[in-house]
Design a protein around this ligand. Structure first.
Ligand code: SME
Length: 149
């Protein structure tokens, strides 16, 4: 599944259109292709501020359009520069709930010229669905996305 999706992501990034429309298309592609991806979105560092701002996403609207560094899973990844896989969100103290249906989450940082400038965030309504294959796939997506940013 991920091999085919990688090719589709590359094709999509080569297509006509602005950055945000390509990022949105990636969110929609991932959400509709991976059965346990229920919300897919990008957050980016908000200028010089130590906070993340929501970018393109697919799934239910969220109130959390701004997330301070250090807060929630996303805010922690902004500081750690490392993938954060959460098999059970209820077991996390520093977690920002977007929807009561969410059981698990994965956040993978996005680097441009070695700098952590944002992340891809995926929520799942399935408990503990993410494996190292998801991590490798999402790292690939972020590397490809970084090329157009
Ligand atoms: N759960 C995230 C907040 C973003 S929503 O999942 C869209 C967090 O704890 O950082």
């Amino acid at each position: 599944m991920f091999e085919k999706l990688q090719k589709e992501v590359v094709t999509l990034l080569k297509s006509e259109g602005g950055k945000d429309s390509k990022l949105l298309a990636i969110c929609k592609l991932l959400k509709s292709s991976v059965p346990y991806y229920d919300w897919v979105g990008f957050y980016f560092k908000n200028g010089d501020k130590r906070e993340l701002k929501l970018g393109p996403y697919a799934g239910a609207p969220t109130d959390h359009t701004i997330i301070p560094f250090g807060k929630g899973i996303c805010g922690q990844v902004a500081e750690s520069n490392e993938n954060f896989v959460v098999p059970d969100v209820q077991a996390q103290d520093n977690y920002i709930a977007c929807s009561i249906t969410v059981k698990s989450e994965i956040v993978v940082p996005l680097f441009k010229d070695g700098e952590n400038i944002g992340q891809i965030d995926i929520d799942s309504n399935t408990p503990d669905p993410f494996t190292s294959e998801d991590e490798r796939f999402l790292e690939f997506v972020n590397r490809e996305v970084a090329k157009i940013l």
